[in-house]
Design a binder for this molecule. Sequence first.
Ligand code: ADE
Length: 239
Amino acid sequence: MTWQATVMTLFPEAFPGVLGISLAGRALENKTWSCSTYDLRQCGLGRHRAVDDTPFGGGAGMVIRADVADAAFSAVDAPADVPRVFLTPRGTPLRQKDVVRYAGAPGVVLMCGRFEGVDERVLEAHNVEQVSVGDYVLSGGEAAAQVFLDACVRLLPGVMGSDQSGVEESFSDGLLEYPHYTRPAEWQGRKVPDVLLSGNHAAIAAWRQKKAEETTRERRPDLWSAWLARREKNETAAG
Ligand code: ADE
């Protein structure tokens, strides 16, 4: 079954973009997923096919009109069990657990905004989830949509190189990943940690766990607190 991505955008030429190369590109070729676009301009009004208008209440920028966005969602006409997502810095932050859920759906319809956003009423009417790919502002939703789709597509059956690389990666257990090393064992006077050359698998696993914990504590205090709380709960449950 092909996982179907439909991207609603004013810039259909931006797709598949970076998703046309490497793992995602190969998966696109072998029909593990498909990437179709819907040009919002098709629903534009008047001679200039206008899609946006000035915001009620005043302020800078333009807003994609409710009637235009509604016509586009209706034209795309995805099955009811396909999530509709609007990419916006106002959205709920995208987490790996959400990516797992989207990858498990039959596909996704993504709406890319430009300008200030989309009329809120149409998002409510079409049950559109609002998702952010990070706490920074992009100039439009297209780059965010590619981030979103890349994260989903690599989880589709058969896409990732080795199944292990999905199990051990950052976030799957709530910690950032340990650091990686390869040859040469000594480079510009810097040595690879001895334990990794020891062949002692238990010691290597313990070292990696320690590094994952240290890195998470230093870089992501938010993830670290959540991980500590979860560990405490599990220890209490285990007695
Ligand atoms: N559009 C602009 N910035 C965005 C962000 N951070 N996430 C999702 N969509 C966006």
